[in-house]
Design a protein around this ligand. Structure first.
Ligand SMILES: [Zn+2]
Length: 279
């Protein structure tokens, strides 16, 4: 019978790590998933021992039961009754809107609602609230959906904040953040559009000598290139070329993840170089 207790503790540890990863590192609508193989790596159907059979039964029982999630400081506000699997919510790291930095948060409250608990995969929704440990003032609330051994970040408030690198110009930092959030939540085309907006708005704010009232992106790109030294243009990615690639993808409605990553990297390199050249 000792084996069964171990199995429960092991499973709780796996779920705890999944929760930590989901809440610290994952973005809206992303998931973390475990598998039977991770919970019971040594299991082989062919040479199953009596011990294995007992453990297998115990794992299946635990996987098909609702999980209870609670905060150590309080009793569960509402739990699922006699759940055998109960998780003490971990502390997490996330962005604090009051402190304007990534801080440690502790769980403050949790509510569990369960549906479809009598069929596999079991479905549950957890509402959990965390408070910043530095200011004790700001909360971040998450909705987590469980489907069997998969946890999905199905909601969060306030929305995730992405802090752009220091060298991204002040006037276009918002577009950088929006682009990365769009990309992280799977809105690739919107992300590409935001990167293009970043470049265009940067040009428009740069007092370029264009000579016409409503210049096109191409014309702005040419006028901007005229302000750069040949050595800069040779060595670092060209905003005009990034702009052209982004425009092409947008016109084709092409949800190109690789282009997003490459463009973001090139935009960063370009602006970092401007800083080095003291532009
Ligand atoms: Zn704070």
């Amino acid at each position: 019978m000792v084996k069964i207790v171990n199995t429960r503790e092991e499973l709780e540890n796996i779920i705890l790590n999944m929760l930590r990863k989901l809440l610290c590192d994952k973005h809206l609508y992303q998931s973390v998933e475990s598998s039977f193989k991770e919970i019971f790596p040594s299991y082989h159907e062919k040479n199953e021992s009596d011990q294995d059979r007992i453990r297998l039964k115990s794992i299946n029982n635990l996987l098909n039961t609702p999980w209870s999630v609670y905060c150590s400081r309080r009793q569960p506000i509402h739990n699922t009754g006699n759940s055998e699997v109960s998780i003490n919510l971990p502390n997490i790291q996330t962005f604090c809107h009051c402190c304007k930095s990534r801080e440690a948060f502790r769980a403050e409250s949790s509510v569990v609602s369960s549906s479809r608990v009598f069929e596999a995969p079991i479905r549950q929704v957890f509402l959990v609230s965390f408070v910043c440990q530095k200011c004790s003032n700001a909360n971040v609330d998450f909705t987590i959906t469980r489907s069997g051994l998969k946890l999905t970040l199905s909601g969060r408030s306030p929305i995730e904040t992405v802090v752009p690198p220091q060298y991204i110009p002040k006037g276009v930092r918002k577009y950088y953040s929006d682009a990365v959030i769009d990309y992280n939540t799977g809105a690739i085309l919107e992300g590409l559009f935001m990167l293009r907006t970043l470049i265009e708005q940067f040009w428009k704010s740069s007092n370029l000598a264009v000579g016409i009232d409503r210049p096109t992106g191409d014309e702005l790109g040419d006028a901007y290139n005229d302000t750069l030294k040949p050595s800069f243009k040779e060595e670092f990615p060209s905003l005009k070329m990034i702009y052209a690639e982004l425009s092409k993808a947008i016109h084709e409605a092409r949800e190109d993840r690789d282009l997003f990553k490459k463009s973001l990297e090139d935009i960063e390199r370009h602006f970092d170089a401007r800083r080095l050249f003291k532009l």
